[in-house]
Design a protein around this ligand. Structure first.
Ligand code: B1M
Length: 210
C-alpha cells in the first residue's frame, strides 16, 4: 500500500492520529503538498461520501473522517499558496434565522469542502440581512441554507426574496436542505435546488456552480 493510499485509508477510518502522522511523514519525505491533498486526504473522503449515501457509514463516522481530513489539511495548508489549491468555487452556508440546529449543516459543509469547494460557514440563526451582506462580501457561486424546524423554514423564502431584491441572483444559485423540507417546498420558495443529504448537496453544488 502506498503512503497516499494509507493516508486515504486513515481518513476513511476517521483515524486523526494516523492521518496526522502519515501527512507529517509525507511532508518530511518531500511529497508534493497538492498530491497529499488530492491523492490522500480528499481521496479518503471520496470513498466516505458514497458509503454515507448508501447507508454503509453513519453520521458520527463521517464526522470523524472529515475531522481526520481536516487534521491533515491543517498540516499541509501552510505549505501551499491559497491560490494553488484548486477550488471549484465558493459556497456560503448557514442555518436560517431562529434555528440553532447545526449538526446537519456542519456535515453538509464538510462534505462540500471535501469536494473541493471553499466553504464559508455563517453559523446558526443567520438573519436575512446577514445572508445578503455575506453574499455581497464573498461573491459565492452557491448559498446553502439549512432549517430543521417547520417554524423556521419560512425564513428561507424571506432570504431568497431579499437576495433577489438585492439583485444578487444573476450568478448565484441557492440550495436548501433539512429534515422538514421537500423538493416541492424548495420549488415553491424559488430555490435552485433541494438536497436531502450532505452528499446530494455536494453533487448539487458541482452541477450548479459553473
Ligand atoms: Co431539535 N428539534 N429542537 N434540537 N432536534 C428536532 C429537529 C425535532 C424534529 C425533534 C422532534 O420533536 N422530534 C423538532 C422539530 C419539530 C418540527 O419543527 N417539526 C425539534 C425541536 C422542536 C426543537 C426545539 C424547539 C425544542 C425545544 O426547545 N422545545 C429546539 C429549537 C431550538 C432552535 O433551533 N431555536 C431544539 C433544540 C435542539 C438541540 C439544541 C437540543 C439540538 C441541536 C444541537 C445542534 O444542532 N447543535 C437538537 C437536536 C439534536 C434535534 C434532533 C434530535 C436531531 C437533529 C440532528 O442533528 N440530526 C432532531 C430530531 C431529528 O431530526 N430526528 C430535532 C442529525 C443530522 C445529521 O441530520 O440535521 O437532518 P439533519 O441533516 C441532514 C439532512 O437534513 C440534510 O443533510 C444532513 C446530513 O445528511 N441537511 C441538508 C441538513 N441541512 C442541509 C442543508 C443542505 C442540504 C442538506 O443544503 C444547504
Amino acid at each position: 500500500m502506498s503512503d497516499f493510499t494509507k493516508l486515504a485509508d486513515a481518513v476513511l477510518r476517521g483515524d486523526f492520529g494516523g492521518a496526522g502522522q502519515i501527512t507529517k511523514e509525507l511532508i518530511d519525505n518531500g511529497a508534493d503538498p497538492l498530491a497529499i491533498i488530492s491523492q490522500g486526504l480528499i481521496a479518503g473522503m471520496d470513498i466516505v461520501a458514497p458509503k454515507f449515501k448508501a447507508g454503509e457509514m453513519y453520521v458520527p463516522e463521517v464526522m470523524m473522517a472529515a475531522r481526520a481530513m481536516a487534521v491533515g489539511m491543517e498540516l499541509v495548508k501552510p505549505l501551499i499558496n491559497d491560490v494553488d489549491i484548486p477550488s471549484k468555487g465558493t459556497v456560503l452556508i448557514g442555518t436560517v434565522a431562529g434555528d440553532l440546529h447545526d449538526i446537519g449543516k456542519n456535515l453538509v459543509g464538510m462534505i462540500i469542502e471535501s469536494g473541493g469547494f471553499k466553504v464559508i460557514d455563517l453559523g446558526v440563526d443567520v438573519s436575512v440581512e446577514r445572508f445578503v451582506e455575506a453574499a455581497k462580501q464573498y461573491n459565492p457561486q452557491v448559498i446553502g441554507m439549512s432549517a430543521l424546524l417547520t417554524t423556521t423554514m419560512i425564513a428561507m423564502k424571506d432570504t431568497i426574496d431579499a437576495l433577489t431584491e438585492a439583485g444578487l441572483r444573476k450568478n448565484l444559485k441557492i440550495i436548501v436542505g433539512g429534515a422538514p423540507l421537500s423538493v416541492d417546498f424548495a420549488n415553491q420558495i424559488g430555490a435552485d435546488g433541494y438536497a436531502s443529504d450532505a452528499v446530494t448537496a455536494k453533487e448539487l453544488c458541482e452541477r450548479l456552480a459553473v
